[in-house]
Design a protein around this ligand. Sequence first.
Ligand SMILES: CC(C)(COP(=O)([O-])OP(=O)([O-])OC[C@H]1O[C@@H](n2cnc3c(N)ncnc32)[C@H](O)[C@@H]1OP(=O)([O-])[O-])[C@@H](O)C(=O)NCCC(=O)NCCSC(=O)C[C@@](C)(O)CC(=O)[O-]
Length: 332
Amino acid sequence: MSAAAAARRSYPQKENFVKIIEVSARDGLQNEKGVISPATKVELIKRIVETGIRVLEAGAFVSPKWVPQMATTPEVVTKMKVDPNVAYSVLVPNMRGLESLEKLLQSVPASSPPPTDEIALFAAATESFNRANTNCSTEEALDRVLEICERAKPMGLLLRGYISCAGGCPYEGAVDPKKVGDIAKKLIEAGCYEVSIADTIGAATPQVMEAVLNECTRHADANFYAAHCHDTFGTGLTNVLQMVKMGVRSVDSSLGGLGGCPYSPGATGNIDTESVVYALHREGYETGIDLDKAALVGDWISAEIGKPNGSSAGRAIVAKLKMKERKQEAKL
Ligand SMILES: CC(C)(COP(=O)([O-])OP(=O)([O-])OC[C@H]1O[C@@H](n2cnc3c(N)ncnc32)[C@H](O)[C@@H]1OP(=O)([O-])[O-])[C@@H](O)C(=O)NCCC(=O)NCCSC(=O)C[C@@](C)(O)CC(=O)[O-]
């Protein structure tokens, strides 16, 4: 990774720095059924950057038949204001998605910064989930990833891998951590600069994530990996903290706890950025994020899409800020 690209990702220079990857604009919104305008998505991305977040997922080049909400990604990434200090990643499931991205990048004038220099790729640790999510077997999913990587590298794109169902599968239940380690190895060999270990359905506990990370660290150090936890059973934050304790320094999270999994009935959203940042700061870690601002963005986007704010930390912070505002108004 070039120095500029590393700087854009706020790569941890210090032992206590944890990089937050904000996924609300992609993972957080992808399952929403209502129409969310490109203007709202562009505004969300702008507000995310204003919180100090330096790495975010801006959208996905996926089939609109499968994930209609992401159909506006080309418009969103074209219209968003690109901050040269921020990394905007997009999810790419197949060659078709990469070709669309390539065409879009070629249309950007040389005088403008490209909207993205990073793609996210994914494969699940179980056969059933790969079938449900991408209509192929695990072997085919990994072949697709390899094919995309080979084509994306000469385009100068950085590669970030996801392993879905690392902490449990909605169809197969408990997942053998070794299977997760095997996929991590393949993603590393394919050229990913970071691999995100995803508890897609939020079923894991700290012990499960510890076992999974122990398998993955047979192939790369803990700080090569990211934690991507959902909060279905209320264990998302403890899972994140467990992984950080073991040396992980990248955490995927979503403002307002937005998100969900279409293939896992009842699964809740991603762990909310607000509680992750709150807990990390209290535990002595730095994130570079203004928590008050983050809470306001989480509250705003939840209202914007007609959902209650799913972050309890966010709700508490917003309530405190409103009380402060009222007191100040009373003084005037
Ligand atoms: C992978 C496929 C496309 C295979 O789907 P398929 O049906 O096997 O593929 P296909 O090649 O037969 O294509 C079907 C139709 O989609 C079109 N198509 C095909 N690809 C594209 C594309 N890229 N962009 C635009 N259009 C596309 C294609 O042209 C065709 O259109 P038709 O000819 O019928 O009119 C499909 O399964 C798919 O898009 N799945 C999306 C899965 C997805 O986005 N899931 C959510 C993201 S993963 C996730 O959230 C997990 C993660 C990363 O957050 C971590 C975690 O928590 O686990």
